[in-house]
Design a protein around this ligand. Structure first.
Ligand code: GLU
Length: 295
C-alpha cells in the first residue's frame, strides 16, 4: 500500500507591525518592527502595517504622517496598509469599529463578560497596549461579585440587544493556567487570577480595549505570527482567552527582548532623544542605527 502524500502547501506567513500614533517612533519600536520585517521576509511572507489609532485623546494625525515617514525612511516596506490598501482593508483601527462590536456582542451573548461600574485606572488606560509598568493591576472583582449576587436574587434576564454603553470586563477562571510556546522565549505559563485578573474589553464610550481590538484584527487579517515586545507577554495570555472565547484560531507568537535606557527602563515615546526623528536630524543613518543592536 502506498502512502498518501499531502500536497497541501504550508499556510503563508503573514506578519504585522502595529504602531499606535501617540508620539514619535523610537529605537525600541524600530528594533521590534525590524525583527517582524525580517521574519516575514526570510519566510517569503507578507508584512502589513496596521494603524492602531483607537485612543482618540492621544492619537494625533500628525503622528500618523510622521509614523509613515519615519518607517519608510528607516527601510520598512509593507505590502498592505492604510496608505496602500490590501485585501483586509481598512487598516486604521478607528475604521473597524463594526468588527469589534460584533466580537463584543459574541462575548456578551455567550456570557464571557460582565459590566463594570468601577472607575479605575485600568479602564481609563485600556485603549492602549499595557506595556510593562503600565500593565493593569489585578481587578479585585467588585462588579463580578455584584453581578453574581444579582443573578441569585433576580431571575436570569433573557439577553436583549447589547448595551455597550458601560465598561465591560472579561471574566477569567481563577487558577487556570494559560501556556504557550513563544518563538523567542520558549515555553510560557501564566495563571489567571494571579498573573492577571478580569480585564477590560470594552469601554463605555463605545470603543474596544486594546486586548479585544488586536485579537479581532490579527484574526481577521489572517496574521500567522505576532511579533511584539516582551512586555506584552501577559497580554498574549489574556488574548489567548479571547481567541478561545470567540472560537478563533490564535497565531504563533514571537516576543522580542526590550531595549532599555541607561537606567534600565524600557524605551518609550517619552525618550525623545532616541526617537527616529531626532536620530535622523542628528545625521544618523538607518544602517548605523541598526548597528546599535546588531540584528
Ligand atoms: N499598538 C500596540 C502598541 O503600539 C501594538 C501592540 C501589539 O503588537 O499587539 O503597543
Amino acid at each position: 500500500m502506498s502512502a498518501v502524500r499531502s500536497h497541501q502547501s504550508p499556510p503563508q506567513y503573514r506578519g504585522r507591525i502595529a504602531p499606535s500614533p501617540t508620539g514619535f517612533l523610537h529605537l525600541g519600536h524600530a528594533r521590534t518592527f525590524w525583527t517582524a520585517q525580517q521574519r516575514a521576509s526570510t519566510q517569503g511572507g507578507t508584512l502589513l502595517l496596521r494603524n492602531e489609532d483607537l485612543d482618540r485623546a492621544r492619537c494625533k494625525p500628525e503622528f500618523v504622517s510622521a509614523m509613515l515617514e519615519d518607517l519608510r525612511w528607516f527601510g520598512f516596506q509593507w505590502h498592505e496598509g492604510p496608505d496602500c490598501g490590501g485585501p483586509f482593508a481598512p487598516y486604521n483601527q478607528s475604521q473597524r469599529l463594526e468588527l469589534y462590536r460584533a466580537a463584543f456582542e459574541a462575548l456578551q451573548s455567550k456570557g464571557f463578560i460582565y459590566p463594570c461600574k468601577c472607575s479605575r485606572q485600568d479602564i481609563r488606560r485600556a485603549l492602549q497596549a499595557p506595556h510593562a509598568e503600565d500593565d493593569e493591576p489585578i481587578y479585585p472583582g467588585t462588579c463580578r461579585l455584584a453581578e453574581a449576587a444579582a443573578a441569585t436574587r433576580e431571575p436570569k434576564a433573557v439577553p436583549t440587544a447589547a448595551q455597550p454603553a458601560q465598561n465591560w470586563r472579561f471574566r477569567v477562571s481563577d487558577g487556570e493556567m494559560i501556556a504557550f510556546e513563544d518563538g523567542h522565549f520558549g515555553p510560557q505559563q501564566f495563571i489567571a487570577g494571579k498573573d492577571f485578573g478580569d480585564f477590560v474589553v470594552w469601554r463605555s464610550e463605545g470603543l474596544p480595549a486594546y486586548e479585544l481590538a488586536v485579537v479581532v484584527d490579527d484574526a481577521a487579517m489572517k496574521i500567522s505570527e505576532v511579533v511584539r515586545g516582551a512586555d506584552l507577554l501577559t497580554s498574549t495570555a489574556r488574548q489567548l482567552l479571547l481567541y478561545r472565547a470567540l472560537g478563533l484560531m490564535p497565531p504563533q507568537f514571537y516576543h522580542c527582548p526590550l531595549m532599555l535606557d541607561k537606567s534600565g527602563k524600557r524605551l518609550a515615546k517619552r525618550h525623545d532623544a532616541l526617537s527616529l526623528r531626532t536620530l535622523r536630524a542628528e545625521g544618523k543613518t538607518p544602517v548605523e542605527i541598526r548597528g546599535y543592536w546588531r540584528v
